[in-house]
Write a protein of this length. Structure first.
Length: 172
């Protein structure tokens, strides 16, 4: 009985030999139930670079939802306001993140939060993607338009890139 030898297609000889760019196929769902594939050209970020980009994106999203500004260090004259009695101060500090998010939506409106979310998601995709196979120009405005028309499409791009970088898998 003959034995079959398996030979790796390529052999890793040294570190730092990762392809600088790669094609990322992403299936975009349409409301009619059909998926359409869009192929993005992407930079091969290191796992640590992608983790920082994701952290920054998630932090900005949470700050936007909660209606908070990035934390700033207190300087002279930035002491807490005087005159609040103990109970009022406890109520002010004890508002839950969910209540903060709901207050923010009521004050600013859901449309503003969605619009800003489109901008944030497009910005993170622009940070790693350099093009696509659509006839439209590849830019932040068209990425936002794609997400606005095909809800969940930028989420699909982010998930596919995440799997490619963290697990080294492309496609199925």
């Amino acid at each position: 009985m003959a034995t079959t030898k398996t030979v790796p297609v390529t052999k890793l000889k040294r570190l730092g030999s990762q392809a600088p760019t790669f094609n990322l196929p992403v299936d975009i769902a349409k409301l009619n139930g059909r998926n359409h594939r869009v192929v993005f050209q992407c930079k091969a970020l290191r796992k640590s670079e992608w983790a920082k980009l994701r952290d920054d994106h998630q932090r900005a999203t949470m700050e936007a939802v909660l209606g908070s500004e990035p934390a700033a260090t207190e300087g002279p004259g930035d002491a807490p306001e005087e005159g609040l009695d103990g109970e009022a101060q406890v109520q002010q500090e004890s508002q839950s993140p969910l209540a903060d998010a709901l207050d923010n939506i009521l004050k600013r409106g859901h449309e503003a939060n969605v619009r800003e979310g489109l901008e944030r998601d497009a910005a993170v995709v622009i940070a790693f993607a350099t093009g696509w196979d659509l006839e439209d120009d590849f830019n932040a405005d068209n990425l936002q338009a794609m997400e606005d028309e095909f809800g969940g499409s930028l989420g699909a791009v982010l998930m596919a890139y995440n799997v490619a970088i963290y697990q080294g898998r492309l496609g199925n």
